[in-house]
Design a binder for this molecule. Structure first.
Ligand SMILES: [Zn+2]
Length: 135
């Protein structure tokens, strides 16, 4: 099993992310069979508005946007599968990565929601702390 060492890009994308979520991502990196990079953590409200306008997101109330969270930090991250030096988007990799992230969540006792479990608008790279536990 090849553990991911978070690269500098991933580390910088974890800045401003809730410490519990950072802890969970680090644990996931230790145990995942699918290496990944953190492609987004904090998102500005302006960028979220653009994503909604372009149809890439359905809501302004994103957990990536610190202003939307009572804690004032980002409560979501997007993880991309990295095979060799190439980011890959094929769905089965994301299902395998989700297994590792959920195992990691159990290890560190931090609840997590995967965008791939959403019934509509599945978002394979997306993980967030639940609103009910982290308002
Ligand atoms: Zn996301």
């Amino acid at each position: 099993m090849a553990a991911t060492i978070l690269n500098p890009r991933s580390e910088s994308n974890l800045e401003g992310v809730h410490p519990d979520l950072v802890k969970l991502v680090r644990r996931a990196a230790e145990i995942t069979a699918v290496p990944f990079i953190v492609i987004e953590g904090v998102r500005t409200l302006a960028r979220q508005r653009q994503l909604v306008a372009s149809g890439a997101s359905q809501t302004l109330k994103s957990r990536h946007v610190p202003e939307m969270n009572a804690c004032g930090v980002a409560c979501a991250v997007d993880l991309a599968a990295l095979i060799g030096k190439t980011v890959r988007w094929d769905w089965p990799l994301y299902e395998r990565l989700a297994v590792a992230v959920k195992l990691a969540a159990g290890d560190v006792a931090i609840p997590i929601e995967w965008g791939g479990d959403w019934p509509h608008f599945k978002d394979g790279p997306h993980y967030q702390l639940p609103w009910r536990d982290y308002p």
